[in-house]
Design a protein around this ligand. Structure first.
Ligand SMILES: [Zn+2]
Length: 286
């Protein structure tokens, strides 16, 4: 009995800590272009695009933040959200789906996102209602919103979203600005797919495009080019070491592989350099 009570007390503490963590989060809104905004809080970056009475939202962070996010959107526009696009299935990007979905809102995502959310047992109002396989064009009153699926990059269900006239792209977790990315190998992600996906974005946008990354600060074309160079360089070094017979343990320990980027702070985020070397090694060995 005593054990059960202490277990209960422990669980209550954990729940309180989780709530407390979100209680302190503030949603910050930044104007990206005339009609688009980036919202940050905790979890993936959110984009809001307004085109007359049509509002498009991309990603929605964690469910406990939905009210705060709604307040921040309310400062920008009074119109309802017409489309809520999920860049991929992870909970720090889709956690608020159920709270934002309504009869005015259509949730849009890659078909694999829908399948993964269903497999996770999410409720019906959480599940994407419109899906894409390769590409989808949403025609808004004055703007074109282009959704492009990229294969096996961060996951197997990534989409980047490009607002052509506004010249703003949201890349989801196919871009962590100035940080080593998290590549979810268990959900179909891969280093090769990740680099190809970033190159696909480069081919789609232009040098003046503003880039909203999944995590990190608002980015430029040049920031993305630097990220591709970093990934290509580290991948090439690890590929070479594998070919010359160096063991997994030695590759993971070898700080010289990532040193130049570690100095620039790439390992200071969610993924440190050792974990990143491990991910690349495992992805190349798959
Ligand atoms: Zn993610």
């Amino acid at each position: 009995m005593k054990n059960i009570l202490s277990l209960l007390a422990f669980l209550v503490t954990i729940t309180a800590c989780a709530q407390d963590r979100f209680a302190k989060v503030q949603i910050e809104s930044t104007e990206v272009s005339e009609n688009t905004f980036m919202l940050t809080g905790s979890g993936g970056n959110i984009m809001i695009a307004i085109d007359k009475e049509k509002v498009v939202m991309i990603d929605d962070q964690f469910a406990p933040l939905s009210d705060k996010i709604k307040d921040a959107i309310g400062e920008i526009t009074e119109y309802p959200i017409a489309y809520l696009i999920n860049t991929h299935h992870h909970g720090d990007h889709t956690g608020g789906n159920g709270n934002f979905n309504s009869k005015e809102t259509t949730i849009v995502a890659h078909v694999n996102v829908k399948e993964r959310l269903i497999a996770e047992g999410k409720e019906e109002n959480f599940i994407p209602e419109m899906t894409l396989e390769e590409e989808l064009e949403l025609q808004l009153p004055t703007q074109t919103c282009l959704l492009i699926h990229v294969h096996n990059a961060h996951t197997d269900g990534d989409t980047f979203i490009y607002f052509i006239e506004e010249n703003v792209v949201h890349m989801g977790d196919v871009f962590f600005n100035a940080r080593y990315p998290y590549i979810d190998l268990k959900s179909g992600g891969s280093i090769d797919g990740y680099i190809i996906a970033q190159q696909r974005v480069i081919e789609t946008i232009n040098k003046d495009t503003k880039i909203i990354p999944g995590h990190g600060t608002l980015a430029s074309y040049e920031d993305l080019v630097n990220n591709i160079e970093m990934l290509t360089d580290i991948k090439g070094k690890i590929e070479y070491l594998i070919r010359t017979g160096v063991s997994k343990e030695d590759i993971i320990k070898d700080e010289t592989i990532t040193a130049v980027y570690d100095e620039q702070g790439f390992g200071s985020g969610f993924i440190n350099s050792e974990r990143f070397r491990t991910t690349i090694y495992e992805s190349l060995k798959k």
